[in-house]
Design a protein around this ligand. Structure first.
Ligand code: G6P
Length: 371
């Protein structure tokens, strides 16, 4: 009913708006007496100190949350992090032992491939930590430990608030390992946590400005294809933006690492092709920012319609943006939490304009319990 959807036409639109709460609820209770706490009963500091390698296994958007987290976890812990599609993981004989931490990320906790991946990991003696949004689901039950995301029930088939909550939870895992290993001092961990806690307000700010994104979505409804480019943490955001568009609008969409542009994707650019570019901060990542500005000018010169997601006040990129979507300035590693939101809104609006059911896209299921 309309009441269940909080006055929205679709659950997904309600769930997009619930993202500030999803983040706040996921972080709550995990910083106690100056320390990150994951799962009090089951993960000790000693367990985390013993880890020498991390795998993140997941499917769909949850996999993208792992790709985002790799940048943060490697940076904070100095441990190698591999992010693997759960459906590929166990078929290639991954190197696993007691010192391997496998983080299984799943909104439903029932995805068959992710479940089989953790069974394989445990059989090889690796430790498994589930990041899950569903209490008591099969994946947390078969894991050594669990960190719940508290996004609340997600009804829309395409993940939104669970995805943002997964990023926050994965970051808590990274901070807990860094704290245990001593690769970050207590005051640095506290600062990172405080920055995470400021994100619900930043996401709220993004949500208050999405009307222009909606209007743009309606304009793009007849496009044949849309490309998404990003670098660093903006790269998995580009992948997620493209996935949302495929899922909801049945439109051909591809995400690319912007540095790969000259290795193929630039050949796709033709007059009027919409290209969404996720910009890094001009201050926080000046070198990458300059490279992306040069990418944008190249594709614009070849006729692309450039849709640029950039930090507020980024004047350098403005001349190259046919459409500019501004997001608040936040620390680099946290940018995906703000830059993903307009891409969700864009995909939902394009789908609506094309007359599709945003909550129940054709051929897709909310949780994929068969391999
Ligand atoms: C399906 C959903 C996606 C989700 C993926 C993984 O494909 O449509 O939104 O990201 O499954 O689901 P999980 O429950 O394991 O996070």
């Amino acid at each position: 009913s309309a009441a269940e959807k909080g006055g929205h036409e679709y659950f997904m639109l309600k769930e997009i708006e619930e993202q500030p709460d999803a983040l706040a609820n996921t972080l709550r209770g995990h910083f106690v007496d100056g320390r990150i706490v994951l799962d009090e009963q089951r993960v000790s500091d000693q367990d985390l100190r013993d880890v020498d390698k991390v795998f993140v296994v997941a499917c769909g958007s949850a996999y993208h949350s792992g790709l985002v987290a790799k940048y943060a976890i490697e940076h904070w812990t100095r441990l190698p992090v591999e992010v693997e599609l759960a459906s590929e993981f166990r078929y290639r004989d991954p190197v696993l032992d007691r010192a391997t931490l496998v983080v299984a990320v799943s909104q439903s906790g029932e995805t068959a491939d992710t479940l089989e991946a953790i069974r394989h990991a445990r059989a090889q003696k690796a430790r498994v930590l589930a990041v899950c949004n569903t209490n008591g689901a099969q994946i947390p039950r078969e894991s050594d430990a669990v960190l719940y995301t508290h996004a609340g029930p997600e009804i829309g088939v395409a993940s939104t608030k669970a995805f943002l909550a997964q990023i926050a939870a994965n970051y808590l895992v990274g901070l807990a390992i860094a704290q245990a290993r001593g690769t970050k001092y207590a005051d640095e961990v506290a600062r990172e946590f405080a920055e995470l806690e400021a994100m619900p307000a930043a996401v709220k700010q993004v949500l208050s400005t999405v009307d222009t994104v909606r209007a743009l979505g309606r304009e793009l409804a007849d496009s044949k294809a849309v490309l998404f480019l990003g670098r660093h943490v903006g790269y998995p955001v580009a992948l997620e933006g493209a996935l949302k568009l495929k899922e909801l609008a049945y439109m051909h969409a591809e995400g690319f690492a912007a540095g790969e542009l000259k290795h193929g994707p630039i050949a796709l650019i033709e007059d009027g092709l919409p290209v969404v570019v996720v910009m890094p901060s001009p201050k926080g990542r000046a070198v990458l920012h300059a490279k992306l500005v040069s990418n944008i000018s190249e594709i614009q010169a070849r006729g692309a319609r450039t849709i640029v997601i950039a930090e507020e006040g980024d004047e350098t990129v403005r001349p190259f943006a046919d459409e500019l979507i501004e997001v608040p300035a936040v620390p680099t590693l946290l940018q995906p939490l703000v830059s993903t939101v307009p891409l969700q809104v864009l995909a939902a609006e394009i789908a609506r304009a094309r007359g599709y059911d945003v909550d129940k896209p054709r051929n897709l299921a909310k949780s994929v319990t068969v391999e």
